[in-house]
Design a protein around this ligand. Structure first.
Ligand code: CMC
Length: 392
């Protein structure tokens, strides 16, 4: 008890100490475990970064080999899980499917519910999650397009295996293009953690009740789905398509975004913490240029996005509020060039963010943090007597 302060949206409230991700919003700096995001995106593989986030250090060759081997061993999901997919409506959003499938994993591995299990058992759950999320993500897509599921192929790398499960057909092999695989590797790394954001805080708070890791990650996936968080990447591409279909009059849409009586916001603009620029957006913008050029794709959405960025960056409304393109602004353009459908964009974000969620959960458990339980200031009715229904 004591004096309670209210901080809507936790804009100025720290929820924890953390040694995972360093973020300086004023200067646009992002580091995982001390390593600048620019170096990791350029040089590392996604699994190396996952290991770094979860275990605190970059893996040695042997550690990475063992980590990969363990993950590769767990890529299959239980055959019975296939039946769940049949029950979803054909238009089911893959994020809804993914969140349900991830919490369902806990029913197949009931030992994950024991809060006192050994660290080896925790590692097994972590490896299972990293192994199975791409499989479930690809299954949710195949289910949506009513194509047969493609089983994981263990000789492929993490990213290539995911692409294969997405795009191969039983009748036709899919040859993952190296430009596509490397762009996806980069995108997953850029999304891998972002300190105490909405979904990471959700994972920590759900986990703080000692709910199992699958349940905690499923809650994180649900939090990520919202258009103000990870769902923004799908919303960006839909916004660009809509503006184009409407004749491409950017001034009109920017005026709408500035109008306080109009709920429209420029999706992919603004960030709670970055007020000068989002370092991830800088890397992604360049990657979008490279990927489109290398794949020989002409996407008018990219030109529109660049024009929109230019106008917004010069407009006092956006300048005064520190609204810059965020990570989601250009990522959808790359996913589109990789032929990933827009309903899958937020799922791609979830695949990338998984190691961050796991690292956040693990740190919370290892620090023995108490159950998350914010307080409130009550503003409801004073005490009053029950009135029987006939007298109301
Ligand atoms: N378009 C137009 N106006 C905006 C926008 C936007 N995209 N974002 C913020 N504003 C305005 C907002 O209306 C407010 O104006 P005023 O001070 O006059 O009332 C001011 O800027 C501050 O906005 P806020 O909503 O109080 O800021 P926040 O820190 O609570 O919200 C945000 C941050 C990211 C939710 C918000 O900028 C937004 O809704 N952006 C669009 C959605 C988006 O791109 N989300 C992805 C975020 S990055 C990846 C991730 O987190 O998953």
């Amino acid at each position: 008890t004591g004096y309670i302060t209210i901080d809507p949206g936790f804009k100025n409230t720290g929820s924890t100490q953390s040694a995972i991700t360093y973020l300086d919003g004023e200067n646009g700096i992002l580091r995982y475990r001390g390593y600048p995001i620019e170096q990791l995106a350029e040089k590392a593989t996604f699994l190396e970064v996952a290991y770094l986030l979860i275990y605190g250090e970059l893996p040695t060759q042997t550690e990475l080999k063992d980590f990969k081997e363990s993950i590769t061993n767990h890529t299959l999901v239980h055959e019975d899980m296939k039946q769940f997919f049949e029950a979803y409506p054909s238009q089911a959003h893959p994020m809804g499917v993914l969140a349900s499938m991830v919490v369902s994993l806990s029913t197949f591995y009931p030992e994950s519910q024991d809060p006192n299990r050994s660290s080896e058992a925790v590692d097994l759950t972590i490896h299972r999650l990293l192994a199975k999320l791409p499989t479930l993500a690809a299954m949710s897509y195949k289910n949506a397009v009513r194509h047969p599921f493609i089983y994981p192929k263990n000789e492929l790398g993490y990213v290539e295996n995911f692409l294969n499960m997405m795009f191969a057909m039983p009748t036709e092999d899919y040859k993952p293009n190296s430009v596509v695989a490397s762009a996806l590797n980069k995108l997953l790394i850029l999304h891998a953690d972002h300190e105490q954001n909405c979904s990471a805080s959700t994972v920590r708070i759900v986990g703080s009740s000692q709910a199992n890791l699958y349940a905690s990650i499923s809650a994180g996936i649900s939090a990520l789905w919202g258009p103000l968080h990870g769902g923004a990447n799908q919303a960006v591409i839909e916004m660009l398509d809509k503006i184009q279909a409407d004749g491409g009059d950017l001034d009109k849409w920017i005026a709408k975004a500035k109008d306080k009586n109009d709920p429209f916001r420029l999706m992919g603009f603004g960030h709670r913490v970055y007020k000068n620029f989002d370092p991830r957006a800088k890397i992604i913008k360049k990657a979008a240029d490279d990927v489109l050029e290398q794949l020989g794709v002409q996407d008018p959405a990219l030109d529109l996005a660049k024009k929109m960025e230019k106008i917004a960056l010069e407009d006092p409304y956006f300048v005064e509020r520190g609204l810059y393109p965020n990570v989601d602004f250009y990522s959808g353009i790359i996913y589109k060039a990789l032929e990933i459908p827009s309903e899958m964009f937020t799922v791609m974000f979830a695949l990338g963010r998984l190691p961050g969620w796991i690292a956040q959960w693990k740190e919370m458990i290892e620090n023995k943090e108490p159950i998350g339980r914010p307080r409130q200031i009550y503003t409801g009715a004073n005490e009053r007597d029950y009135v029987s229904i006939e007298k109301r």
